[in-house]
Design a protein around this ligand. Structure first.
Ligand SMILES: [Zn+2]
Length: 214
């Protein structure tokens, strides 16, 4: 569910990919709650993956406890739960590990499922192996899924790109690949985001709505 009140639809111009504006320097806080059974190695790998993906766009992801006092920095709540999976979703969405929903107080919240991430490793044939490697892969899958939902939030869109972080469908082996290629924000969205985030950052996040072209 995406809050779009007051949003201004902006269609990315074709060919906007060239000459990306410089990445801004913006902080974004994830108020992270994890399952008590989540291994620290999985959590750390997930956080690192989210940070790495968004750092390329000049967005510095900080992690805070939800018990911390509300911060003025833009951010969102993230839950990593052990059970379940993403609930029923639109047919065009094949990121089965996380979903963006509300926290009941009108604020966005991403929920990511460890069980669903394990299913991805199963589907990729990567569920077995040394414990540290499997934990890292699990964390990477969770982190990519969370980063994708952060993208929906920041771009204020439920739309998807043809490739990159915001693509609609993702192959299980790509999802769990240890290499970090393939999860950049696509150029159209990056161009749009960078142009806006170079303005005063705190209020610039999610002022408008990015719309992927047909
Ligand atoms: Zn999506």
């Amino acid at each position: 569910m995406l809050a779009c009140a007051g949003a201004v639809a902006v269609v990315a111009p074709p060919g906007a990919a060239a000459d990306l504006p410089p990445a801004p320097s913006v902080r974004f806080v994830l108020q992270l709650t994890t399952s008590l059974t989540l291994a620290p190695a999985v959590r750390d790998a997930a956080v690192h993956e989210v940070q790495q993906i968004w750092a390329r766009e000049g967005i510095s992801i900080d992690v805070a406890s939800p018990l911390d006092a509300p911060v003025s920095t833009p951010g969102m709540r993230v839950l990593i739960v052990s059970a379940g999976g993403a609930s029923a979703r639109r047919d065009d969405h094949r990121w089965p590990v996380a979903e963006l929903t509300g926290d009941g107080r009108g604020e966005p919240m991403a929920i990511a499922s460890v069980v669903a991430a394990r299913r991805v490793l199963d589907a990729a044939g990567l569920a077995d192996g040394p414990g540290a490697l499997v934990a890292r892969r699990l964390g990477i899958v969770l982190g990519r899924a969370i980063a994708h939902e952060v993208g929906h939030h920041l771009l204020n869109t439920s739309g998807h790109a043809r490739h990159g972080l915001m693509r609609a469908r993702i192959d299980a082996r790509d999802f769990a690949d240890l290499r970090d290629g393939g999860f950049d924000l696509d150029d159209d969205a990056a161009h749009w985001a960078r142009a806006r985030l170079t303005r005063p950052p705190a209020d610039a996040l999610r002022l408008a709505r990015f719309v992927y072209g047909p």
